[in-house]
Each structure stands twice: as C-alpha cells, then as structure tokens.
Design a protein around this ligand. Structure first.
Ligand SMILES: [Zn+2]
Length: 231
C-alpha cells in the first residue's frame, strides 16, 4: 500500500519533480560535467592532496584555514570549492596541479578561497532551494494539459536556469576580486587565465552560448579586469 501511495504522490507532483530535476541539472551542468571527468580512469577519481604549502600560503595571505585538498584525476584544467561551511574542501584537477606554475596556482587558490569566504556554496544552495520551493507551490496550482504542463516545465527550467547561471557569474566576479585583493602581482592571474584559455574547448568568449550557459567569466574579460586592477 505504501508503494501505491508513493506512486500517487509522485503522479500528483510529477511536473514539479520534472521541473526540479531539469532545473538543478541545467543550472549546474558545467559543475557536474567537470567533476565527472575524473571518473572512468584506472586510478581513483579523487585523491587526497598532501601538499602543506597550499594551506600555508592561503593562511599567510588571507588568514583563512583550508586544510583539505583533493586532486581530481582529470585532464581538464579546473579548480573548485566544495565541503560544508566549517569543513571546506578545495579541489584541483591533476592537469592544473601539474601544469600551473606555483605562482599561477596561487591565483587559483585565492579565487577558490574567495568562494569560501563569501559563502558562495551556501548561497547557491539557498538560491536553488528557493527556486525549487516556489516551483513546488506554483506547480500545485497549475491545471494544464499534459502538453501545456510539459512546455511550462521545460521553458521555466530553461529560463530560470539561465538566470541562475547569471547569478553564479556574479559570484565568479566576487571570487576574482578577492583573489586580486590578496595577490601581490595581478600578472600571475593573467598568466594563469591565459593557461585556462588555451585549454578551453567551449564556445568563444563573446558568443551568446558562452553568456547564457556558462557561469565562468570569459577569459578576455578576466584578463582586462586583472590588467586594470589597482590595489
Ligand atoms: Zn570560481
């Protein structure tokens, strides 16, 4: 009986469930894909990175303590910030760790620390949770045909997803500002960004797709920002 009840509940909320899944997948697609690039290799996807110079550098420059670092076994070049508020975990792709100069890596460390200091992960979660809660209330009230409901689900997941990506880009600007505030030389941000740019296989900096679907700041804009930044 409980199974039957559950199925009834799912049927009643099917449009909401579809919305929530497609919205969360779409708004975070790039994050999902980059974290998945570590899988499918003979070695483990994530390996604890024992390099005390990383946390020492961050502590010295910012006073922030980040103790856990993981290497993502990936040929893509990226860094990331995960974990919960009191237990931050920084991830760095293997390729980035191996090809970036220590000074270039410092930019990445400070950028990711900026995400942590500004609580971006928590804010992202709250924003997306807020959207999902509002959607739950709205979809309960909507009475449409199947086709109407499906169109509404897909169109709203798409548009709200794009809006969410724009908000995430504002967080990227904040993290870059934080990095520049703590870097001795903005030049290392420029050379790191150029390395990221040459590894990039996505759409061009000034394309519409790049603006709509990618939270990352286009490289040319990041370089300009670093060039014009004065402490
Ligand atoms: Zn970032």
């Amino acid at each position: 009986v409980w199974y039957f009840e559950k199925m009834k509940l799912l049927r009643k909320n099917i449009w909401f469930v579809l919305f929530a899944m497609s919205y969360v997948l779409f708004a975070n697609w790039h994050v999902f894909l980059t974290s998945l690039t570590g899988f499918g290799k003979p070695q483990a996807a994530f390996v604890k990175l024992e390099d005390p110079t990383l946390s020492t550098f961050i502590k010295e420059k910012t006073g922030v303590e980040i103790r856990d670092f993981y290497l993502v076994n990936s040929d893509a070049v990226f860094g990331g910030m995960t974990g919960i508020p009191t237990k931050p975990i920084m991830t760095i792709s293997k390729k980035m760790y191996e090809t970036f100069l220590p000074s270039e890596l410092q930019y990445v460390l400070l950028h990711e620390t900026g995400h942590y200091v500004h609580h971006h992960l928590v804010k992202e979660a709250l924003i997306q949770l807020g959207v999902v809660i509002v959607a739950f209330m709205v979809f309960r009230k909507v009475k449409l045909s199947r086709f109407g409901s499906l169109s509404l689900v897909l169109a709203s997941a798409f548009f709200i997803g794009i809006l969410t990506i724009q908000l995430m880009r504002a967080f990227e600007w904040q993290a870059d500002t934080y990095a520049l505030q703590h870097l001795d030389d903005p030049q290392v941000m420029i050379s790191a960004t150029k390395k990221l740019q040459s590894a990039w296989t996505g759409p061009a900096d000034d394309s519409v797709q790049r603006f709509l679907f990618y939270r990352g700041i286009p490289y040319s804009q990041r370089i300009q920002f670093a060039e014009s930044y004065r402490n």
